[in-house]
Design a binder for this molecule. Structure first.
Ligand code: ACO
Length: 436
């Protein structure tokens, strides 16, 4: 970290001595005030629920400028990566810091391909779930269970173990997601085919069956690959912070990533794509485009809990750049499948238009986020709605792993242990039960 010449001075109105706090400059983005000595010197903590003003680490992986609507992976704009690279190149970039050259790409692809199968026992583990279990419930279990199958890559302090675990996780997530899907359908699992690209292989594991040949559609494979690239990492969001916090105890990488999967499930985070599609379905049932006004009224009502899912973001106070790219893909996919007149898509476009012009959303800088469009694309591809968040987890795994490995390699890393402002009862004595 680069120290700044500027210092922040913290003073108190009760006459306690003031304190100088060091400031550090990032390569871009806001400076940070180092408060690590604050408690030791003043006996006070900072208070920041939801981490609105807290940088939990320093990182070289992803940068977001929420006001500009900019997203960089290792310095490269997301638009350039989405248009010029494939997902495995993006994985190499996030994990190792740079895009691969031809030879590195060949080597990396071969390493990932070498690990696409999962231990055959995993299918027996899967059988313990109900057929109608939510795919994210299954994924949380399956990813955590990997630690029971791959003992030789569970030592988080060993860089070789960390690297093999990273490759295994990236390679096996598509297999696990496809298995979770096939299980709910009662269909046989399809083994990976390593001659296919990462995304084409995922599509065949999802949609092929042993009785018929499966024809790949290049537009859909490209769309899937773009979904993966756009979701690959996103700075210190809730699930990534969960992975870091979980990993900070020294637990194994599979367990830490399982914690990330569990966090991602929530509708304020990765579950938003599923929630968004369900919301569109609900409006459709209410009467479709004609009922948008009524729905928006509920969203704006302070006394209701209804939100416009797929809109708003903690960091982006401008158009989410991933949403722009996903919107483009959305049109491409619907065009290729002849679904431009699909009622749900028309409804989504009408909703987007109204929300972008409505003062409630404009004044709060609520723009569509990537999930608004990714759900529509996935539905068009044929992915069932409950599987959307599992696909997000598949894509985000590389980001989680890169962030986890960065943390373990950081000499300043410590077990994460926030403090609190205690507002509960002061010490009191337990009375005998008859006197309470
Ligand atoms: N619909 C309606 N109102 C909204 C929405 C929304 N989607 N999002 C925010 N608001 C309103 C809030 O009610 C609040 O209004 P107020 O100032 O009158 O009280 C104001 O906008 C600010 O909202 P906050 O909740 O403070 O914003 P925060 O940064 O905490 O929340 C979040 C961000 C959770 C993403 C929120 O916008 C949301 O719930 N959106 C819908 C879910 C969603 O799409 N999540 C996906 C995020 S992207 C991702 O994970 C890949």
């Amino acid at each position: 970290m680069t120290p700044s010449d500027v210092k922040a001075t913290l003073s108190f109105s009760d006459g306690s001595p003031s304190m100088d706090l060091p400031l550090y400059k990032g390569s871009i983005g806001p400076d940070v005030i180092d408060i690590r000595k604050l408690y030791g010197q003043t006996g006070k903590f900072t208070y920041d629920p939801g981490f609105l003003s807290t940088a939990s680490c320093n990182s070289t992986i992803t940068y977001i400028d929420g006001d500009k609507g900019e997203l960089l992976y290792r310095g490269y704009p997301i638009e350039q990566l989405a248009k010029n690279c494939d997902f495995l190149e993006t994985c190499h970039l996030l994990l190792y810091g740079d895009l691969p050259d031809e030879a590195q790409k060949k080597d990396f692809t071969a390493r990932v391909s070498n690990h696409t199968m999962v231990n055959e026992q995993m299918q027996f583990f899967l059988r313990g779930f109900r057929r109608d279990a939510h795919p994210m419930a299954i994924m949380t279990g399956l990813v955590g269970a990997l630690s029971a199958f791959y003992h030789d890559s569970t030592d988080i302090n060993n860089p070789v173990h960390r690297d093999i675990a990273a490759i295994r996780l990236i390679a096996k997530m598509p297999t696990l997601v496809a298995m979770a899907y096939k299980y709910t359908q009662g269909q046989p699992y399809m083994y990976p085919k390593n001659k296919l690209s990462y995304s084409a292989n995922f599509m065949q594991m999802m949609f092929a069956n042993p009785c018929e040949d499966y024809e790949q559609n290049d537009v859909l494979v490209r769309a899937m690959d773009r979904i993966f690239i756009l979701h690959a990492d996103h700075e210190q969001n809730a699930s990534t912070s969960t992975v870091r916090l979980c990993g900070s105890s020294g637990t194994n990488p599979f367990a830490a990533i399982a914690a990330g999967v569990a966090c991602l499930w929530g509708p304020s985070h990765g579950g938003a794509n599923e929630a968004c599609l369900n919301m569109l379905g609900d409006i459709q049932k209410m009467g479709g485009v004609e009922k948008i006004g009524e729905f928006i009224k509920q969203v704006k009502d302070k006394n209701s809990t209804v939100k416009l899912m797929g809109f708003g973001h903690r960091v982006y106070k401008n158009y989410d750049p991933r949403a722009t790219l996903m919107r483009e893909t959305c049109h491409e996919v619907l065009g290729a499948l002849g679904l431009q007149n699909d009622p749900l898509f028309k409804l989504a476009m009408a909703l987007e238009k109204i929300a972008l012009e409505d003062d409630y959303f404009v004044s709060r800088k609520l723009y569509p986020n990537v999930d608004f469009y990714s759900g529509i694309v996935q539905r068009a591809i044929g992915i069932p709605v409950p599987l959307f968040t599992a696909i997000f987890a598949l894509a985000r795994t590389v980001g989680w792993v890169a962030q986890l490995n960065e943390m373990i390699g950081d000499p300043e890393y410590k077990i994460g242990r926030p403090r609190q402002l205690y507002v509960g009862a002061v010490a009191r004595d337990v009375k005998p039960i008859g006197d309470r």
